[in-house]
Design a protein around this ligand. Structure first.
Ligand code: SAM
Length: 266
């Protein structure tokens, strides 16, 4: 297990500028959604509280911010690479307009459905239980492991509706993503030995999964505490491993072998 892991503690717009053009194969970005603030509420331990993910989630010039980091991501992405961006309707209108203006090819808009999303205490609207994930590329020629999608979906074509439960957090980062979500994204969008970049690394979920799946990883995080959290978490990864949420779909030996072949280093 000798994958290159390159972690940068700083602002992603500045750090991305130092990375060579066309040098990254896949980017997963889980940016600030800009949803924190007094008027938003969420549920913690069964009680309503003001939604505050941190100062990093309150951005004045949101469109300008999104344009700057997306432009840099496009610059560092290889010609057949893909960018996957998470969000909700708080950030996706801004992101969507920028993706179109930059002339990117929209491969998919994935709806991530969390069946176990927390109940809505205010009882005045529908319970938010989805997030969106855009998958985009520079042109119509991009790497996408369609067969892997079928394998992970019990031999049937994978749809753009993914049911993946929210998981109990492994760290105290407020917006930690489930490892099995990243596993699916990385298996679909990259090959063993390629380089994955996450400009908003947070607790390091993308790096953990990339390392386990025998990919190189570049991670950028602004906050010192989260940076250390990610660094420690990634350094603890030993050996290759798959965790696939829908193990029942992968029970036959041949399918499992195909997935392991994708992550083995020969
Ligand atoms: C939505 S969280 C990412 C969570 C991550 N996916 C995980 O699983 O832990 C966004 C992260 O981006 C960081 N961040 C915000 N603005 C940034 C910037 N300009 N450059 C780098 N990191 C930034 C925040 O500190 C936060 O940890």
């Amino acid at each position: 297990m000798n994958k290159k892991i390159n972690l940068k503690n700083g602002d992603c717009i500045k750090e991305l500028k130092k990375i060579k053009a066309n040098s990254v194969d896949q980017i997963y970005a889980d940016p600030p959604y800009n949803l924190s603030g007094k008027s938003h509420q969420t549920v913690r331990s069964g009680k309503p509280v003001t939604l505050n993910k941190g100062d990093w989630d309150i951005i004045d010039n949101f469109d300008e911010f999104n344009k700057s980091w997306i432009e840099e991501c496009v610059r560092v992405l290889s010609e057949d690479g893909t960018i996957w961006i998470s969000g909700t309707l708080h950030n996706h209108p801004s992101i969507g307009v920028i993706l179109k203006k930059l002339g990117l090819w929209i491969i998919n808009d994935v709806v991530w459905y969390k069946r176990n999303a927390p109940p809505l205490l205010s009882c005045n609207r529908l319970v938010p239980s989805i997030e969106l994930i855009w998958a985009v590329s520079k042109s119509k020629k991009y790497f996408f492991n369609y067969e892997m999608g079928k394998i992970l979906n019990g031999g049937k074509q994978m749809r753009n509706l993914w049911e993946i439960n929210a998981q109990r957090h492994l760290t105290n980062h407020p917006t930690e993503k489930p490892e099995n979500l990243l596993e699916r994204i990385i298996l679909l969008g990259s090959k063993r030995g390629q380089t994955i970049l996450d400009p908003f690394m947070g607790s390091g979920t993308t790096g953990v999964v990339a390392k386990r799946l025998s990919r190189n990883f570049i991670g950028i995080e602004l906050d010192n505490e989260y940076f250390k959290m990610a660094k420690d978490r990634i350094s603890e990864v030993r050996g290759k491993k798959i965790i696939i949420s829908d193990k029942k779909l992968l029970q036959d030996e041949d399918s499992l072998k195909l997935v392991y072949d994708n992550i083995s280093e020969n």
